[in-house]
Design a binder for this molecule. Structure first.
Ligand SMILES: [Zn+2]
Length: 105
């Protein structure tokens, strides 16, 4: 199924928060800077691995995907609609797509 999972967005935000928290903690103990670097590394790896357009594989902004939670979001590269599924709408992810245009193939 060509969707983006909300869980992946959540993990991305956890990495971003961990990076910010470790950056602040690094002021008191330099070793937290190493953890912050790792968190930033995982942030980019996870974003490149999981948070891509399910149609063309292009990079999609994290803020765009968050907007896709409430209303539709479209890939900046290919223009396909990206459906973000949560546990609520995972059973019927097509209901929202029916409101807009239906993507062909
Ligand atoms: Zn795309």
């Amino acid at each position: 199924m060509r969707v983006v999972h909300f869980f992946d967005i959540l993990v991305e935000y956890v990495f971003a928060l961990a990076f910010a928290a470790c950056l602040v903690a690094g002021v008191f103990d330099w070793r937290y800077f190493v953890v912050a670097g790792l968190a930033l590394l995982f942030y980019f790896i996870w974003g490149a691995w999981r948070l891509r357009c399910p149609w063309c594989g292009g990079a999609v902004e994290l803020s765009d995907l968050c907007r896709g939670l409430r209303k539709s979001c479209h890939c900046p590269a290919c223009g396909h609609e990206i459906v973000v599924v949560t546990r609520v709408n995972i059973k019927s992810p097509t209901t929202r797509r029916d409101q807009g245009e239906k993507p062909e193939k």
